[in-house]
Design a protein around this ligand. Structure first.
Ligand code: 13P
Length: 261
């Protein structure tokens, strides 16, 4: 953690929970748990529950101590013939954040680096905070390609942004082999990736790079989160499974606050 950057802890609920009443209940419990904690806490429910969740927590906020609401993906275009998709204008009505380029979308929905670039720029242009995800597959790691994959994905993700400073960009480093496996990266490996990410951002914008919160994601739990938050370039977490339990998620936010000092 760096004292200049406010911690960001985002919960990616993925395709859970199944019922809107459960989603609303979880959202309210998380909002109550994190209330007043000096961090930016964010919940990212399935798109179909976005409006109900947003209404239940008072619309969501980017302010520390409040709760932000995020989508898990969106289309880059504002409107048109895109069956089943959600536009940035629609997302912005209920949310402040949007996760983009998650590895599950790259893997199952053919999301490409070029597509992520368009979405990141579109999100920023519509006043949303893009949480752009990068991270290597297990085989890429075994082949020693971690740094090359991060560099390729990150350079693409920021390629259509006019600048870094003032865009509110968030980057999440999520090694794919660590997602949902209980096999989290080490704090040291996550820091190496985060430092690389910050160095690449600094090439485009030396001042703006220091503003960007970099999150770790991949089997992050209350038991290991402090290890990541102790690292200088890691400013929070993108939490999957542990974000479906309000108490676990709140504990991770509290650990981020403790590490921030
Ligand atoms: P888990 O925390 O369940 O490993 O998921 C991480 C993730 O993919 C968050 O986007």
């Amino acid at each position: 953690m760096n004292e200049l950057r406010m911690p960001v802890v985002a919960g990616n609920w993925k395709m859970n929970p199944s019922r809107s009443a459960e989603a609303v209940g979880l959202a309210v419990s998380v909002r109550d748990g994190v209330a007043g904690l000096p961090a930016r806490s964010v919940i990212c429910p399935p798109t179909i529950w976005l409006a109900a969740v947003s209404a239940a927590v008072g619309g969501g906020s980017r302010e520390p101590g409040g709760i932000g609401v995020g989508a898990q993906t969106m289309r880059a275009e504002e409107a048109g013939a895109y069956t089943g998709e959600t536009s940035p204008v629609m997302v912005a009505e209920a949310a402040q954040y949007v996760i983009l380029g998650h590895s599950e979308r790259r893997q199952y929905d053919n999301e490409t680096d070029a597509g992520v670039a368009a979405k990141v720029a579109s999100a920023a242009a519509h006043g949303l905070v893009p949480i752009a995800c990068v991270g290597e597959l297990a085989e890429e790691r075994r082949a020693g390609l971690t740094a090359a994959v991060i560099e390729r994905q990150l350079r693409a993700a920021i390629s259509l942004l006019p600048r870094i400073a003032g865009t509110s960009l968030v980057i999440a480093y999520e090694p794919v082999w660590a997602i949902g496996t209980c096999d989290a990266a080490s704090g040291e490996d996550a820091q190496a990736a985060a430092a690389q990410i910050r160095a690449i951002l600094a090439e485009s914008d030396p001042t703006g790079a220091d503003e960007v919160p970099i999150l770790y994601g991949g089997s992050c739990t209350p038991d290991n989160a402090a290890e990541f938050f102790a690292e200088p370039d890691i400013d929070g977490a993108l939490v999957g499974g542990a974000s479906l339990n309000a108490e676990s998620f709140t504990r991770i936010v509290q650990l981020a606050v403790d590490a921030h000092g």
